[in-house]
Write a protein that binds this ligand. Structure first.
Ligand code: FAS
Ligand code: PHB
Length: 390
């Protein structure tokens, strides 16, 4: 097989790029290791920056998001038994976020690929990029007993943290930066009315909690748990009881509980791989960087990678201008590191750390006190949360 751009990974990053390129007549193939059902079974991000939402509309996939997604102009922080609101609209100069699940937007992207007869190959096993430093890279994968070869001009590594792409960059070339947090998030999805019309991030001495949603009839809740916890350690009743302990009394009193339809523990880590390019391989999304979900930056950091890559490939194919590709890694990393900073700041401010001393706890309280005493501090939070400019 032959194509211009071979995209490894059929998650939001790979699918978004595939759709955008196809709309501009740039042929591409997506290789996805899992089945479509498996990809759509994963519950992940829930908050989209306005930049991501704009990209969905540019990819002609924004119609259901605009119909079913919710515009949120603020969120709440619960701390010391009180609830303070972060007015995103006011402090970001009029911007907002869209609450719309990653599962749904991935479904929208798949359906758009189908409508345009895009080539998305599922259950592609043993995907392996080759000759990345040459002008004629290619990718192989196994289809049953057959090894299939795809000749291409560019390979996009959109295969997530555990993918093959980043690992195909020679060790001496790649620099990796990692910070592993000593806790995880136990997440529950329940067919219940959300406890609050806006998200609630809660700092509590028992641990962090988050009240989120996917719609007005589908709630998403998280509590911080030790890394040693297993999902089977947590019954639904135990989860709801612990969540209530970490929320202000008036919020806990109106929490509607119900059976979990999904329950999982995600470890929290910060990770960046540099550079995000090697020869004709370009990394995008979780293949290159991971953030703790506290600042809702994970999926949104992938958006700017895809935006930069899309415009760089367009310039290359339409005008023979390779500058976007040359500058991609530096440009993407500049914004990636700002998302890393913001995610680290939100995580450090709101979680309990096993090794923290009383001084650290006072600093956390002071960080929150300063935040809600300063319009400039709220402006800094708001501009990061709605998404820094691409
Ligand atoms: P993805 O990991 O989504 O997609 C990569 C795709 O590549 C996958 O479908 C995988 O099957 C495929 N693949 C892997 N190896 C391959 C190979 N060798 N060959 C072919 N295909 C291969 N972000 C938030 O903003 N908020 C959240 O609450 C949040 N929660 C998360 C919870 C979990 C458990 C995880 C893992 C992530 C979470 N994230 C969250 C971050 C998440 O949303 C990512 O940022 C987002 O999935 C990034 O999308 P992709 O870059 O497409 O990577
Ligand atoms: C979610 O709804 O899954 C969600 C929302 C905001 C976050 C993290 C996760 O910061």
């Amino acid at each position: 097989m032959k194509t211009s751009v071979c995209i490894i990974g059929g998650g939001p990053s790979g699918l978004m790029l595939s759709q955008l390129l196809h709309l501009k007549g740039i042929d591409n193939i997506v290789l996805e290791r899992q089945s479509r059902e498996y990809v759509l079974s994963r519950i992940r991000a829930g908050v989209l920056e306005h930049g991501f939402a704009a990209l969905m509309r540019e990819a002609q996939c924004g119609e259901r998001m605009d119909r079913e997604g919710e515009i949120h102009e603020g969120f709440l922080i619960a701390h010391d038994g009180r609830l303070d609101r972060v007015d995103l609209h006011k402090y970001s100069g009029g911007s907002s976020v869209v609450v719309y699940g990653q599962t749904e937007l991935t479904r929208d992207l798949y359906e758009a690929r189908d409508r345009m007869k895009g080539v998305v190959i599922h259950n592609a096993e043993d995907v392996q990029p080759h000759d990345l430093a040459s002008a004629t890279p290619y990718v192989t994968y196994r289809d049953g007993d057959e090894i299939v070869r795809i000749d291409c001009e560019f390979v996009i590594g959109a295969d997530g943290f555990h993918g093959v792409s980043r690992k195909s960059i020679p060790k001496g070339v790649l620099r990796e930066y990692e910070k592993v947090y000593p806790f995880g998030w136990l997440g529950v999805l329940s067919r219940t009315k959300p406890v609050s019309p806006e998200l609630i991030y809660a700092r509590h001495e028992r641990g962090f909690a988050l009240c989120s949603m996917r719609s007005q009839v589908l709630s998403r809740y998280y509590i911080q748990v030790p890394l040693t916890d297993k999902v089977e350690d947590w019954s639904d009743d135990a989860f709801w009881a612990e969540l209530k302990r970490r929320l202000p009394a008036e919020v806990a009193a109106r929490l509607i509980t119900g059976p979990s339809i999904e329950k999982s523990i995600a470890p929290l880590r910060s990770f960046v791989a540099e550079p995000m390019r090697y020869g004709n391989l370009f990394l995008a999304g979780d293949a290159a960087h991971i953030v703790p979900p506290t600042g809702a930056r994970g999926l949104n950091s992938a958006a700017s990678d895809i935006y930069y890559l899309y415009h760089a490939l367009l310039a290359h194919y339409e005008r023979g201008d390779g500058s976007g590709l040359e500058n991609y890694s530096a440009k993407a990393l500049a914004r990636v590191w700002k998302a890393q900073r913001f995610s680290w700041w939100m995580t450090t401010m709101l979680h309990t750390f096993p090794e923290s001393i009383d001084y650290d706890k006072k600093l956390q309280e002071t960080e929150l006190a300063y935040l809600f005493s300063s319009e400039r501090a709220l402006g800094s939070l708001a501009e990061n949360y709605v998404g820094l400019p691409f």
